[in-house]
Design a protein around this ligand. Sequence first.
Ligand code: IMP
Length: 181
Amino acid sequence: MESFIEEVLLSKEALQQRIQELGRELTQEYAGKRPLLVCVLKGGMPFMAALMQEIATELSIDFMAVSSYGNQTQSSGEVEILKDLSQPVTGRHVLFVEDIVDTGLTLKYLYNLMDSRDAASVKTVCLLDKPARRSPQHQGVQPDWVGFEIPDEFVVGFGLDYQERYRNLPYIGVLKHEIYE
Ligand code: IMP
């Protein structure tokens, strides 16, 4: 295990297995609907790549980049679009593919944005959920599919970063506090 990791929370194998299960559920949900999977960059990238291969129905993909974090381990409270979709979503079944839902701010923002864009449906699958961290004004913000509920710890790996580092770890681990304190 890497020296900056306190504990491995989810091994590569555990991630793979759960992503296969999610893929089967999403295949049933979206059969014949040609969903548009929208990867929320950058953290959602490894999850998107693994998940789309487990969905056995025709689909297309697109990317959005948003930022709410800056370089801290706490949300800044504001969301900024860094990259928007490259196609209209009118009449499409949109599925956001997210790394983690924390305060719920990003997800709430994405839903509000889609309200004005006439999609046929908008749903979310996220690999990780930290329900204990949901801010009071986003209590009701809940992804439609969750890979794993995790405790209130700052985690890295499988796309998740601290100051742009550690995204390439093949597992999800708790970052040692001394790295950011
Ligand atoms: P939210 O808007 O507060 O729900 O935060 C969503 C974003 O914050 C995620 O997409 C991540 O990029 C980042 N984030 C939240 N918790 C963690 C964590 O434990 N490790 C790394 N990034 C995190």
